[in-house]
Each structure stands twice: as structure tokens, then as C-alpha cells.
Design a protein around this ligand. Structure first.
Ligand code: AMP
Length: 288
């Protein structure tokens, strides 16, 4: 496995690989890798001749009040994990390389970014889509793998690729969880022991909603479900604030206000909850 630190070196290599008809699979990450990331690399490995991972903590997607400076990093550990998971190359650029002085062009997906995470973090998706499009242009993958864990991000990137005719297939891989149900996240290391013990209630509440919706044949009132989920989460004293609990169409992210006469194939139930300063997100998909 090799580490590439410059854009020109990476583009030259990927152009060569493409001309030799090698299939390039790509997994963009912010590093501090866990089994969730590794499952994406393994997924890419199944169909690609060459697997690229990028490790870059993208300042553009963090608000000034967020955790950019303390975001966990450990490149040596990530390097070993990538190698063991079967990656061929890591693209590991610097901030100066990605955002040189005078940088002033952005990729923006409208509408899909206005609710859920976008409402709480208004500049976040502009940062995500800009860096992801830049990475696509550098790595030139045939397909890229993203996690269902960040459901809105996955929908937004699929839309960008479709609207801007980016020649790259987006594959969404399932959320990997700890044994007690907590979705794996680089941010879980911020949790105190007490917060860590309470955090699995996020998934418990999502499972509760799924069970109710399926058992009661899509007749359950959404406000009722939301208030029950909220009660369950608030029963844990370290869960200090629920940013949202939302029911949306999986593809369009249109908010679902009632399940009656419900015309969607898949429902996305998603939430964001703060445990003190640590903000966790999770979701579950309910298929018809
Ligand atoms: P990040 O490093 O947080 O930017 O995440 C990089 C990629 O890993 C994104 O596509 C995430 O959705 C995905 N990811 C993060 N956590 C998980 C998880 N627990 N299971 C599956 N994919 C994940």
C-alpha cells in the first residue's frame, strides 16, 4: 500500500490506471478509522481492481463553533488499518494542497440540504459536497462507497453526482454498530463512560419506531412515535438535548407528516442528540 500526498501524483496515477481499464473504487474518510470505515473499504475491495482511501479532515465542513481542532487523528494507526483492510493507496493531502490561497469555488446541493443536519449545521453540506467533488476529480474513481450512517450526506452526494453528471457510481453500505447497538463513529471517543453507557438508547429508540411502524401496519401517528422516542432518550440523564427526531422519504428526504395514505417505498427515521458537547447522529431505514 502506498501513500500519496500530492494531487498531481494521484491524478497521473489514476489516469494511467483508467487507461489500463483498471476499476478504481474509492472510500473518502476523515480518518481515525473504525470498523464502519473498514467495512466500506472491504465493500470497495469486492468490485475494484484498485482501492483508494482518502484521509482528510476537511475544515470547510466544520463551523467555527464545532470540533475541527480536537477532531481525533492518528495517521499511523489508520495506515495500518487501511493496509489490513485491503486498500492499495491512501490519498493524504494537506490543507494547503486542498485549499490554496484564493480558493473560491464551491459545489452546492440545494433543497436536500435544507432540513435535518443542514438546518442545524447550515454550511456543513457545502463543505462536504465541495471536498467530495474535488476528491472525485483527483481520484477519478469508477465507484465510491459511502456509509448509511450519514444518511443525508449519502442522499446529497447521490444528487450532486446525478445533477452534475459526475461519472462515478455511488454505493451506500450499511451502518456498522458496536455490540450494544451504538453506531460506530470517530466521535465516540469523546464520550465519557457515563455518556457511552447511555448512547445506545439512540438506536433503541430507532428500533422502537421501526417495530411500531411495522407491527401496526403503518398506522401509527408520527407525533406519538416521536414523543415516545424522545421519552426513551430523555430517560438517560447524559442525553442533554435532542436536536431532531425526523421521519423522511429515504430518497427525496421529504418530511413525512403522516403514515396514513403513505406512498413512499422507504422511510428514513433519523435523529441527532447531544450528550453534553458530543453530538451523535443515527438513523434506521424502514422498507415497505
Ligand atoms: P467520516 O470519516 O466520519 O467522514 O466517514 C467516512 C465514511 O464512513 C462516510 O461515508 C461515513 O458515512 C462512513 N461511516 C462512518 N461511520 C460508519 C458506520 N458506523 N458504519 C458504516 N459507515 C460509516
Amino acid at each position: 500500500m502506498k501513500i500519496l500526498r500530492t494531487i498531481s501524483q494521484t491524478q497521473n496515477l489514476t489516469s494511467k490506471l483508467r487507461s489500463k481499464n483498471k476499476i478504481i473504487g474509492f472510500v473518502p474518510t476523515m480518518g481515525f478509522l473504525h470498523n464502519g470505515h473498514l467495512s466500506l473499504i472491504k465493500e470497495a475491495r469486492k468490485k475494484a481492481d484498485i482501492v483508494f482511501v482518502s484521509i482528510y479532515v476537511n475544515p470547510l465542513q466544520f463551523a467555527p463553533t464545532e470540533d475541527l481542532s480536537r477532531y481525533p487523528r492518528d495517521f499511523k494507526r489508520d495506515e495500518k488499518l487501511c493496509k489490513d483492510a485491503g486498500a492499495d493507496y491512501i490519498f493524504y493531502p494537506s490543507d494547503e494542497m486542498m485549499y490554496p490561497r484564493g480558493f473560491s469555488t464551491y459545489a452546492v446541493v440545494e433543497k436536500l440540504t435544507s432540513g435535518l443536519e443542514g438546518k442545524i449545521r447550515p454550511e456543513h453540506f457545502k463543505g462536504v459536497t465541495t471536498i467530495v467533488l474535488k476528491l472525485f476529480n483527483i481520484v477519478q474513481p469508477h465507484f465510491s462507497v459511502f456509509g448509511q450512517k450519514d444518511a443525508q450526506q449519502a442522499a446529497v452526494i447521490k444528487k450532486m453526482v446525478k445533477d452534475l453528471n459526475v461519472n462515478n457510481k455511488i454505493v451506500i453500505a450499511p451502518t456498522i454498530r458496536e455490540a450494544d447497538g451504538l453506531a460506530m463513529s470517530s466521535r465516540n471517543v469523546y464520550l465519557t463512560n457515563e455518556q457511552r453507557a447511555d448512547a445506545p438508547y439512540l438506536y433503541k429508540s430507532l428500533q422502537y419506531a421501526k417495530r411500531k411502524i411495522m407491527l401496526e401496519n403503518y398506522n401509527r401517528d408520527i407525533d406519538f412515535l416521536r414523543s415516545q422516542m424522545s421519552k426513551l432518550i430523555k430517560s438517560r440523564k447524559t442525553a442533554t438535548k435532542i436536536d431532531y427526531i425526523s421521519f423522511n422519504d429515504y430518497d427525496t428526504l421529504e418530511e413525512i407528516k403522516s403514515l396514513k395514505n403513505f406512498k413512499f417505498d422507504k422511510i428514513l427515521v433519523s435523529l441527532a442528540v447531544r450528550f453534553g458537547k458530543v453530538r451523535l447522529i443515527d438513523n434506521i431505514v424502514i422498507k415497505r
